[in-house]
Design a protein around this ligand. Structure first.
Ligand code: G3P
Length: 194
């Protein structure tokens, strides 16, 4: 029973639509009606600028970290943090508080990994910025950071980590279908500040 409550809590935590809250309360707009239409940090940066972008990205990461920490906070050693974290990622992507139109799973997945293997998160972030510097595509950098994460996880021999990061990366790629098409068509927007 308590397990079910933790999973629901993680989903609800992930469902908190930080991009929508910051956009509506701070600027009076729904960021899903602007830019790429995505309810995520990148589209917030693009639409509302650096302050709002950082705030939303930070909040989205935090949702994943907190969700993955729930088993520890409730003293439930038998519940795997990564399993609980998946529920937050699903909440972030299909949020009950925002008509199930959420983000692309990147920042919240990162937050889950930050809780479970901080070093993996830090090196993934570094890899993300290297790809971003070279390509200028946030979407491509997000997907390739996930691929990097899978390769890293293979060295850890941590089976749950290998399985979950493979699932999360596949889900991230699936959520970036439109971006992949735009990259191929050369219409994907590039970041200008790098
Ligand atoms: O985190 C999402 C990012 O990889 C792409 O976002 O708004 O460019 O589709 P966006």
């Amino acid at each position: 029973m308590i397990e079910a409550i933790i999973f629901i809590l993680a989903y609800l935590l992930g469902s908190i639509p930080s991009g929508l809250i910051v956009g509506k309360l701070g600027y009076g707009i729904d960021i899903r009606e602007h830019g790429s239409g995505n309810l995520g940090g990148t589209n917030t940066f693009r639409t509302l600028g650096i302050k709002a972008g950082l705030l939303v990205t930070g909040a989205d990461i935090l949702k994943g970290t907190l969700a993955a920490a729930l088993p520890l906070l409730f003293g439930l050693d038998h519940l795997h943090p990564l399993l609980v974290g998946i529920f937050a990622v699903v909440g972030h992507t299909y949020p009950i508080f925002a008509k199930f139109r959420g983000g692309k799973a990147v920042a919240t997945s990162g937050g889950v990994l930050l809780c479970y293997v901080p070093l993996l998160f830090i090196t993934m972030l570094a890899f993300f910025f290297i790809v971003l510097y070279i390509s200028k595509y946030v979407s491509l950098s997000s997907m390739l950071a996930g691929v990097y994460g899978i390769i890293y996880s293979l060295f850890t021999k941590d089976i749950p980590l290998i399985i979950v990061i493979t699932l999360l990366t596949s889900f991230v790629v699936y959520r970036h279908r439109a971006n992949i098409k735009r990259i191929i068509d050369k219409t994907e927007p590039k970041v200008k500040w790098l």
